[in-house]
Write a protein that binds this ligand. Structure first.
Ligand SMILES: Nc1nc2c(ncn2[C@@H]2O[C@H](COP(=O)(O)OP(=O)(O)OP(=O)(O)O)[C@@H](O)[C@H]2O)c(=O)[nH]1
Ligand SMILES: [Mg+2]
Length: 948
């Protein structure tokens, strides 16, 4: 397989860009991306968004800074031209203006960018040009009906012509092929209609664009040029550093076009009704796709030529450059068969999910849930439900004993902090590691059962706290402390007869904690009182303190001694109490720490249960979804079987039906399709497709392609000066993959008319890359634009005034002529462009030489005043009623030089009768008469006259 010829495609405007996008799809299907490059131009940014990757996009703009000046100076812009809108809004002059612009980006910038991109592609494409295959292809795609593509294509043609010429000049072994593709609306409606299909502006636009095309295609005979106003009026932009090559393309301020800029120009018709409604005539593909694919496939076919396309082109062959393309294709719906198998594979996968995977998961989940519930009811159940619990127990007990102590030691030395520390450590060990990095943030992800199980904090804390609680409960641990506390309190309460001391709560104080508080207050007050008394008060009063002690207290010592002793006793009691209570409180706090950690364990257990519950719900939903998906897939699979097994017969595209029994075969998998069905031939030999259908199909689509009706390409030669027979071409190409040669070769014999070419070694065209289709492309070149019935229809409509109402945004349909410089006064008038004219200055009319023998002198003057003067101006000194002297300068009259002006219009421009009378009476000069003609003509006929 040889490489396709390198091809550069420029899409302009919506139609141009859409066709280019379709080409990119064709290229991609054939795996030839490396040889193709794209360039998109539009005034409307929306279409630029969807171009093939790597495409250079050029958004044409206007610069507000120059707008007013430009509107006044660019001759093809008129006051009514709407330049501001999105795109060109169907106005060809606006399309032209946005390309011939100056401001941020200038015409030169666009030219340079196009030049640079083509050159870059040409140089960088990995293609070796050989003598046989030395063509570099460039295509310009656009519509004739819109504003942007249609208004810019003459300018772009001129640029491409320069670029192509330059590449050829500098590379001896390379020919550049420049192909144009234009889409034009069909005109097959009643000429009287006022609402033509599509937008009314399409018609004047197409008329004028075809006229431009005719000029371009006639450039061999008559050189053209296009003035570039952004250069004439210059200023602004980067004009100073224009690429040398671009600069050289100009003669003065215009680009000359000295040869037909196209090797071939392909015209393709659009049925505006069908393209707007979006529907097609066949169900295989839409109408728009049909046209775009026709264009894309034929451009692609040209890149598969085994020789230079340039040598094949009409320029080299001398055939008419104007042509059209047809295309038909037969296809094995291979991709669809693959999709079908993918659906079946997916269905089987889902089936396994519903019948096996999810039920298994649900069973596990439910068991887990039951176990957790059981543990919640009775934590002791952990021992039966979990393995290794006895190991944990042993481990924890060992750690507690060594870190906190056991029995007496546990309550003697340890604190709440110690308890918290060991429990924290255990909790930390049981916490699964958090996933690192990004995953850590996505905590919403539903965990799976393994994750839930991995988190053993709840279970381990339950075991640990259980052991601790047990350790606190051994008699010489917490109970010893509590008993001592209880005894101390109760004893002191009794000793100091607290039940009777209502000031401190008395017998109403029932709890031990209450008693502790009461005792503390009591001791504190009494100790203060004793101290004060011992320091300041007369000992005699000590007696009054006597009542602080139980009556049985022996008072055998002196009062002071007794007081001091009692104070000491009070202090001892208080210290005992504080010591017992402190120890008690500390132990309670430790126990509380254990209890609260146990509560936390239960919460964690609840969390686990609810996680498992949500997993159960998620799996059940998943199962429901899978079931629905299976149903949908079943429907699609059945539908796909119907579609694949029925005939797809479009006009361009024919799709072979696949035999139903093959589709029903459950063993048909994607793997098998990929392994065994590698060509059309495989499909036939393995009986997926009926051989008979292939042979019939080939005949039928071959006929479709041969007889591709192209209403815009109908020709009528009467009234044109071209001879149809001499310069036509009719070719049918058959493109196929090597593996399918058998079917294709056979059909060549049945081809009718014109030249037939087919893929294969030593043939003109390479084998195609696509093993699943056979493609027929036709190329027809016929006469000149003037012979197109489409053009003739439009011209008649123009002549009969039927285009007059189709003005859209134009004030006058003739403003569609975006290149008025190329046309006569009639068109230029629509732009209020004054024609410059140089006419001979007539010598003064000598009344004596006017030969009107039968008229009196007075009658003769009257005759001159009425018509004679005008006739003289029109006919000059050679007027048959004028006596011409031998030595006189010959004045030819203005009828030869006043282009497009009739005698009637001259008469309408005749000087005022009063001026004529004065001149005849010798009271006014001849120059006054001339001046009057000049002014009247200039005003009435939009002329700018100078005398030679
Ligand atoms: N083949 C083809 N023709 C199209 C497509 N879209 C529009 N057209 C035709 O193109 C013509 C209109 O020209 P457009 O390409 O839309 O105009 P434009 O160049 O974008 O110019 P403005 O939008 O006026 O600035 C009509 O005849 C449409 O039927 C398409 O996708 N494919
Ligand atoms: Mg557009």
């Amino acid at each position: 397989m040889t490489d396709p010829l390198p091809t550069f495609t420029i899409g302009v405007g919506q139609a141009g860009i859409t066709m280019m996008n379709t080409l990119a799809e064709t290229v991609e299907r054939n795996g030839s991306e490396e040889f193709f490059d794209y360039f998109a131009i539009d005034t409307d940014g929306d279409t630029l968004g969807s171009v093939p990757s790597g495409t250079t996009r050029v958004r044409l703009n206007v610069s507000d800074a120059h707008l007013d000046e430009d509107m006044a100076t660019y001759p093809y812009l008129t006051e009514g031209t709407e330049v501001g809108g999105k795109g060109a809004e169907r106005q060809r002059p606006v399309g032209r203006y946005k390309l011939d612009s100056r401001g941020h980006e200038t015409f030169d910038d666009y030219f340079e960018s196009l030049w640079y991109d083509i050159l870059e592609h040409y140089q960088e494409v990995d293609y070796s040009f050989t003598q046989d295959r030395d063509s570099y292809n460039i295509f310009l795609l656009h519509s004739l009906g819109g504003g942007t593509g249609s208004g810019t294509f003459p300018l772009l043609s001129a640029m491409l012509n320069r670029i192509a010429q330059r590449i050829e000049d500098q590379n001896d072994n390379v020919d550049v092929y420049v192909g144009g593709v234009g889409v034009a609306p069909q005109v097959d409606f009643d000429p009287e209609v006022t609402n033509p299909p599509g937008e009314e502006m399409y018609y004047p636009n197409t008329y004028s664009a075809l006229s431009d095309l005719s000029n371009l295609l006639g450039a061999d005979a008559e050189a053209l040029d296009i003035p570039i106003y952004s250069k004439s009026f210059s200023q602004g932009g980067s004009l100073s550093n224009v690429d040398e090559r671009v600069e050289e393309s100009f003669t003065g301020n215009s680009i000359p076009i000295e040869r037909v800029p196209y090797n071939d120009y392909w015209l393709v018709g659009v049925d505006e009704n069908l393209i707007t409604s979006g529907t097609g005539t066949d169900f295989v593909e839409g109408y728009r796709d049909q046209i775009n694919s026709r264009v894309a496939e034929s451009i692609y076919a040209l890149s598969e030529m085994e020789q230079s396309v340039e040598n094949w082109s009409s320029r080299a062959k001398g055939t008419a450059p104007l042509g059209t393309v047809g295309h038909a294709q037969l296809q094995v719906p291979h991709q669809q068969v693959r999709d079908f198998c993918e659906m079946k594979d997916e269905r089987d996968e889902k089936q396994t999910l519903v019948t096996e995977t999810i039920p298994d998961q649900l069973e596990d989940l439910r068991t887990e849930k039951d176990e957790l519930e059981e543990i919640k009811q009775d934590p002791a159940a952990i021992n039966e439900l979990l393995e290794n619990v006895s190991d944990w127990e042993e481990n924890y007990r060992g750690r507690f004993e060594s870190q906190l102590g056991a029995g007496n030691a546990l309550v003697r030395n340890s604190s709440t902090d110690d308890v918290t520390r060991v429990l924290d450590a255990i909790e930390a060990e049981a916490t699964p590691e958090a996933p690192e990095g990004e995953d850590a943030e996505e905590s919403d992800e539903p965990e799976d059962l393994e994750d839930i199980r991995a988190d053993q904090r709840a279970e381990r804390l339950l075991v640990a706290t259980d052991i601790l609680e047990e350790m606190f409960q051994v008699p010489n641990a917490a109970p010893a402390v509590e008993n001592h506390w209880e005894e101390t309190v109760s004893k002191q309460w009794r000793t100091y007869d607290m039940a009777g001391r209502t000031k401190y709560g008395g017998s109403a104080t029932s709890t031990l904690e209450g008693k502790v508080e009461a005792l503390k207050t009591f001791y504190s007050e009494k100790i203060d009182e004793f101290q004060e008394e011992l320091e300041n008060v007369d000992l005699g009063t000590v007696g009054q303190l006597q009542e602080a002690f139980p009556p049985w207290h022996p008072l055998t010592e002196s009062d002071r001694e007794a007081a001091e002793k009692k104070l000491e006793q009070l202090r001892d009691s208080r210290d005992d109490l504080l010591e017992a209570d402190g120890r008690y409180q500390r132990v309670q706090a430790m126990k509380e720490a254990v209890r609260s950690r146990r509560g936390r364990a239960k919460n964690l257990l609840d969390d686990k249960i609810s996680s498992v519950n949500s997993l159960i719900t998620a799996r059940e939903n998943e199962k429901e979804e899978a079931k629905n998906r299976i149903e949908a897939l079943n429907r699609s699979i059945e539908q796909e079987k119907d579609e694949l097994s029925s005939e797809g017969t479009g006009k361009r595209l024919g799709i072979f039906p696949i035999r139903r029994d093959k589709l029903d075969d459950e063993d048909l998998t994607l793997q098998r399709v990929d392994d065994e069905l590698n060509s059309l031939d495989d499909y036939v030999t393995q009986k997926f497709i009926d051989e008979r259908k292939v042979r019939n199909g080939i005949n039928q689509w071959l006929n479709n392609a041969t007889s591709w009706e192209e209403p815009v390409f109908n020709m009528n030669y009467s009234g044109t000066d071209r001879d149809e027979a001499k310069n036509t071409r009719q070719e049918m190409w058959l493109l196929y993959h090597e593996d399918n040669e058998e079917y294709a070769v056979e059909s060549v014999d049945t081809m009718i008319g014109g030249t037939t070419r087919r893929s294969g070694p030593d043939n003109l065209i390479d084998y195609s890359n696509d093993p699943y289709s056979i493609s027929f492309v036709s190329f027809h070149n016929r006469g000149p634009v003037e012979a197109l019935t489409l053009y003739q229809r439009l011209r008649n409509m123009a002549d009969n005034g039927q285009l007059d109402p189709m003005t859209g945004k134009y004030r006058d349909y003739r403003q569609a002529f975006g290149y008025p410089e190329w046309y006569d006064r009639d068109i230029r008038l629509a732009f209020q462009i004054k024609s410059r004219m140089e006419i001979p200055e007539p010598p003064e009319l000598d009344i004596d030489r006017v030969e009107k023998a039968d008229l009196s002198e007075g009658e003769k003057k009257n005759f001159i005043k009425q018509t004679g003067l005008d006739t003289y101006m029109w006919r000059g000194t050679m007027w048959e009623d004028y006596e011409f002297g031998d030595d006189d300068m010959v004045f030819d009259g203005w009828d030869r030089t006043l282009e497009g002006i009739t005698f009637t219009s001259l008469q309408q421009a005749t000087p005022d009768p009063e001026l004529k009378s004065r001149w005849l009476a010798g009271q006014a000069d001849w120059s006054d008469i001339l001046q009057s003609y000049k002014e009247n003509l200039e005003e009435r006929e939009q002329l700018q006259i100078t005398f030679e």
